[in-house]
Design a protein around this ligand. Structure first.
Ligand SMILES: Cc1cc2nc3c(=O)[nH]c(=O)nc-3n(C[C@H](O)[C@H](O)[C@H](O)COP(=O)(O)OP(=O)(O)OC[C@H]3O[C@@H](n4cnc5c(N)ncnc54)[C@H](O)[C@@H]3O)c2cc1C
Length: 638
């Protein structure tokens, strides 16, 4: 029997040894006090293992064999509603029976109460079979959890202070309808004239005479937009400072808009119009909708003007989800290419014995191991941080000492998740495109046909660097956090630099020395960017005591002027930062489990050279482009 979990040794490493399950499960199982829950770690892990076995088998046997069929049948609009093609409908009926959409929903709300990490691993398994099925599946349980998290944030969830069981939550009806398999949700953010630039959003939220919120405007590219529950971000306050690129964000609010409403006469009416289904390059099992709102009845989530904050909460888990989606696609591309290359003969041997192709396959394998390392680590930190926040908020019997300790742990996990998440989204998505392209190349002529599914992977992969924040936006976020981190804690940065310098020459283990050289390349590029980016500010800092840097540096910041070089090199920096974190994670694994040295060695053999190249480019390149941007746009276009 085919099983995508059983046949994947690297994934099983994480499940069996690589994940620190203890803390995660204790938090998820509320210190094993949860009624009807597991009594210990072993019981819980056995259950998670069963889920992964089940999902692995389902993906391999009930989705993957139909990938080509899923690719050629599109969703359609009939009488204003989206109708799924037969194969998509069958798969979602079966998924509904397996109840995988209830995986992370708390027991008291009808779910399985599994950690988010288990659901991300399931996502990888489903995505290896077909990314668009995984995506639509993600808009079921993921949107129910978003409702719960939103409600906790705005203070409309009541939790028993002793058992930490949820007693009441604002969106219980929504959550239960998803648990029952009757609905799903979607995130309505993008508009025709506002994608990456969220400050330009124009969809309006207005209070009518009866005090009811009404949404008017258009949303576009909405995945699973034929769902019942729409999280809509809309403008409730006017733009106050048209000059500031960020000012428009303050006037945004988050709403829950049900697709259907019941009128006074008892009739049910669709109030979110599905104006169009986008015709796309790939990703066909997932419906991508253009939506129109004309005074749709809405409920405000949180307070007016807090929309951007809620959107970030929504997008954070979604970015992790895309990381695992991309990973599943890469795994599929690698396996198609590897298996084909082991059979296909050319010039006296199978093509996997030709040097260049052997190198491609090794690179794909190593990239996949790296992305899984970041993904699993990021997901663990994010989940632990979120669950510690809930414990801190609701558990009454905590001593002051215990509270301070939990808060310290929460901050540490949250910091790590914030560092890793944009890098995961960035590198997983970029690699998926690269791997699909390599798979096509390795298969030669048949790679360009539909026969093996390689070209489908390339079409499916192309959206990954675009949605949930483009690669460029992820790189900018990582760059900004990194440079600001240096400014806020310059001593810490200098200590890391000094440590990396010493380790790079004095460590006994050659892999530790190589890892330190990767870190050094990254840190030296960061230092260069910081000093050159804000040249004027940095000049003014020279000679001033380090302790005064944060205060002086953070004042009067002009992103347009000060970040120019760093913005130019943000993607290069993101690649360097990725090498840095992957090496950290793999080194730690190799120390705990010597069998992982091989994974580290494989990664370092490329990462050190690449890091040097990226750092050198950051040091040497860029002036010409920046100069050209100083010319008026009309001249530059000539
Ligand atoms: C299949 C699909 C599904 C989607 N699902 C959803 C969904 O469920 N919900 C939703 O709200 N949206 C969804 N989207 C929309 C998606 O999130 C946007 O397309 C994306 O955010 C980019 O916005 P844009 O298309 O307007 O491109 P733009 O923002 O116009 O960007 C165009 C290019 O310019 C770059 N760019 C823009 N600003 C900068 C900058 N400051 N610095 C450097 N480069 C920059 C971008 O990275 C990109 O390469 C989906 C899109 C697709 C294709």
């Amino acid at each position: 029997m085919a099983n995508f979990f059983q046949d994947n040794a690297d994934l099983r490493y994480y499940f069996e040894r690589g994940v620190e399950w203890d803390e995660l499960v204790r938090l998820t199982e509320k210190e094993y006090r949860d009624e009807g829950g597991f009594e210990n770690l072993a019981e819980a892990r056995e259950f998670y293992g069963e889920i992964l076995e089940l999902a692995g088998q389902f993906a391999a046997e009930q989705i993957a064999p139909y990938a080509a069929e899923l690719d050629t049948q599109d969703n359609r609009i009939v009488d204003g509603e989206v109708v799924a093609p037969p194969r998509v409908a069958t798969i979602f009926e079966q998924l509904g029976e397996l109840e995988l959409h209830t995986l992370t929903i708390p027991r008291e709300l009808g779910g399985m109460n599994a950690p988010m990490l288990v659901s991300f691993l399931v996502s990888e398994l489903l995505a290896r079979a077909d990314v668009s099925v995984m995506t639509h599946q993600g808009f079921h349980g993921g949107m129910a959890m978003a409702a719960l998290i939103f409600s906790i944030h705005e203070g409309t969830t009541e939790v028993d202070a002793e058992t930490l069981r949820i007693q009441k939550t604002r969106f219980e009806g929504l959550i239960r309808s998803i648990v029952d398999g009757k609905s799903w949700g979607c995130m309505d953010i993008t508009e025709p004239d506002a994608g990456s630039d969220m400050a330009a959003l124009r969809c309006r939220g207005e209070l009518d005479d009866e005090g009811v919120w009404r949404i008017t405007g258009e949303k576009t590219f909405i995945t699973s937009g034929h769902g019942e529950w729409h999280y809509v971000i809309a403008r409730t306050e006017p733009v106050t400072d048209a000059e500031s690129p960020l000012s428009g964000l303050e006037g945004l609010s988050m709403f829950m808009v049900p697709a259907h409403v019941t009128d006074a006469d008892g009739s049910v009416r669709r109030q979110v119009e599905i104006a169009r289904l986008e015709e796309k390059l790939g990703h066909h099992a997932s419906a991508t909708c253009a939506l129109a709102f004309d005074g749709a009845r809405a409920e405000l989530i949180g307070k007016r003007g807090e929309g951007f904050r809620y959107m970030l909460i929504l997008m954070n888990n979604a970015r992790l989800g895309v990381g695992f989606e991309a990973l599943g696609l890469s795994e599929c591309a690698y396996r198609i290419a590897r298996d084909y290359a082991a059979e296909r003969r050319s010039m006296g041997k199978t093509i996997d014995r030709h040097e260049m192709l052997a190198d491609y396959l090794d690179e794909m394998k190593s990239d996949i191991e790296a992305v899984r390392a970041i993904g699993v680590t990021a997901a663990q930190h994010e989940e632990i941080a979120q669950k510690l926040a809930i414990q801190l908020r609701f558990q009454a019997d905590l001593s002051e000492q215990a509270r301070a300790d939990l808060e310290r742990r929460r901050k540490r996990h949250s910091r790590k998740s914030r560092r890793l998440t944009p890098l995961l989204k960035f590198v997983a998505a970029e690699n998926a495109v690269k791997h699909a392209r390599l798979a096509v190349q390795i298969l030669g002529g048949v790679g360009y046909t539909r026969e093996y599914g390689a070209e489908k992977l390339l079409r499916d992969a192309m959206v990954l660097p675009i949605y949930e924040g483009t690669s460029q936006i992820q790189a900018l976020m990582a760059m900004k956090d990194t440079l600001m981190g240096m400014v806020k804690a310059p001593k810490r940065f200098l200590a890391r630099l000094a440590e990396a310098r010493v380790t790079a020459i004095s460590a006994r283990d050659p892999l530790v020395r190589s890892a330190a050289r990767v870190t050094l390349a990254s840190l030296s590029a960061q230092q260069h960017l910081l000093l050159s980016t804000a040249a004027d500010k940095a000049k003014a800092l020279r000679g001033k005591p380090l302790a005064e840097w944060p205060e002086r540096f953070l004042k009067n910041w002009d992103p347009k002027r000060d970040f120019r070089l760093a913005m130019l090199h943000a993607e290069r920096l993101a690649r360097l930062l990725t090498h840095e974190v992957v090496v950290e994670i793999l080194l730690e694994q190799a120390e705990r489990h010597p069998g992982r040295r091989e994974v580290l060695e494989r990664y370092l053999s490329r990462a050190e050279l690449r890091a040097r190249h990226e750092a050198e480019t950051i040091h040497e390149y860029g002036e010409r482009i920046l100069r050209s941007l100083e010319e008026p746009a009309s001249l530059a276009a000539e």
